[in-house]
Structure formats: C-alpha cells, structure tokens
Design a protein around this ligand. Structure first.
Ligand SMILES: Nc1ncnc2c1ncn2[C@@H]1O[C@H](COP(=O)(O)OP(=O)(O)OP(=O)(O)O)[C@@H](O)[C@H]1O
Length: 226
C-alpha cells in the first residue's frame, strides 16, 4: 500500500498540492484525473521523488518509497539527443531479444534516431523503456497521449497484465474513457486535494458529479458566447 499523508508541494508561493492525503491499495490500477493545471504531474513527480515537498509523508508498506521501486513515465520525454531507439532501450535492458519481442507490439524503427521520431513514436519508446524494467510500482503520466488507437490498446493490455502480476499502477489521462475501462479506482484532484475517489461501480457518479457540473456550466457559457 502506498500511503500519502498531508502532502504539500509548492512553487514559490503557489501551493499546488495542499495537505493531500491518498492511499493506493497494492495490486490495483489507480487513475488520477483533474483539469489542466490541477497538479497531477506535480503529484506524480512528488511521489517519484523528483520534487521536494514542504511537508507530508509518503510511504510504501510502512517503508520510505524510493525511485528503485518505481517505473516512471514522465510527460516530458527526456531522451539523449542523437541516439537510436535501440541504444536508448539498451539502457533499460541488455536483453536484445526481449527488446525486439516488446517492439513487435509497437513496430518502432529502432535503428532510427529518436530525434527523427514522431511524437507518438517517442512516447512509445519512452513507455517501452519503462516496461522493460521489472518494478513493483508503475507511475505513468499520460501514457496514451499522442498514441494511436492500436498502440493504446496494447498499452491498455500491458497495464492489465502488470496488474495481474500484482503490480501497483498510478496513471493519469485526459481521456476519461481510457481510465474508466482500465482502473479499479479513480481519484479526482482539485485545489491541491483529492476531492473524491470512486471505485469501478461508481465511475458513472464521477462523470456526473465532477464533470457533469463542468459540462453544464460550459454549455451555458458557450450558448451565451456563440
Ligand atoms: N516547475 C514549475 N515551476 C513553477 N510552477 C510549476 C512548475 N511545475 C508546475 N507548476 C505549476 O503547478 C500547477 C500544476 O501543474 P501540473 O503540471 O502539475 O498540472 P497538471 O494537472 O499535470 O496539468 P495538465 O493537465 O495540464 O498536464 C500549475 O499552476 C503549474 O503552473
């Protein structure tokens, strides 16, 4: 179980994560949603240990949570420039046949320079790097962003399989449907706190409760504007 207690993360005076508490059960797929700028990436970076926090505590089964327990997909792909996909993936695994087997699912031209890849291809190579490492926890920031339908389905199935192996997964997406079909629980982040958490049977309520209100407000506003 990952336990986050009263976490505060701020950038200068901008408090982005504000006394946030959240428990992530072991062996589950957890979604994190929220509007642009809500603090999803900040929270994931905080859990992975890329940001210092003003206060609070994060633990994993009552032990400190460290980077080596986590496979982390960042929203920004920090590749070395002028490196081929193959050379990049070799940083994650020396097992070339596993790399090639994994790539059968994604079809990336691995001998090409990453600099020459499309946005979706870069995302897929970054994800392949994450999946090549066996970790108990995976934190995936926008894994479906820019990825075609076929590969989204592959990523979906890999995540489900990781769950079957007992891994704990935390994932963000702007596409709610990709989370409702995948997650056991979805957490909604607003004003630096988890406003609500819903289990699978309650996902309809999440749509109505959180997004219904926003849709309604926007619809009225659009009708006034146009
Ligand atoms: N390095 C930084 N320095 C200053 N402010 C930052 C930094 N990173 C994030 N912020 C601010 O923190 C807030 C939350 O940003 P964050 O990227 O965590 O949001 P998000 O929920 O992931 O948004 P999106 O859905 O657009 O990806 C924003 O107001 C942003 O401007």
């Amino acid at each position: 179980m990952i336990s986050i207690q009263e976490l505060n993360i701020s950038f200068q005076k901008n408090v982005v994560i504000n006394d946030l508490s959240l428990t992530l059960q072991e062996g589950g797929i957890h979604g994190l949603v929220g509007l642009n700028g809500a603090g999803k990436t900040t929270l994931l970076k905080g859990i992975y240990g890329l940001l210092t926090f003003d206060k609070g505590h994060i633990s994993w089964n009552d032990q400190p949570l460290t980077k080596k327990s986590i496979g982390y997909l960042s929203t920004e792909n920090y590749f070395y420039s002028h490196i081929t996909g193959k050379d990049y993936l070799k940083l994650f695994s020396k097992d070339m046949s596993r790399i090639e087997e994994l790539n059968q699912l994604f079809g990336i031209p691995l001998n090409q320079l990453i600099d020459d890849y499309s946005t979706g291809m870069m995302k897929k190579v970054a994800l392949m790097g994450v999946f090549l490492k066996d970790r108990p926890i995976y934190i995936l920031d926008e894994p479906f962003n820019g990825v075609d339908l076929e590969s989204s389905r592959v990523i979906h199935l890999i995540i489900e399989q990781l769950k079957n192996k007992g891994k704990t997964i935390l994932i963000t997406s702007h596409i709610l449907e990709s989370l409702t079909s995948l997650c056991d629980q979805i957490h909604y982040l607003e004003n630096g706190k988890i406003k609500t958490s819903k289990v699978k049977e309650q996902f309809d309520e999440l749509e109505k409760e959180v997004f219904g209100e926003i849709h309604l407000r926007n619809e009225e506003h659009i009708k006034k504007l146009f």
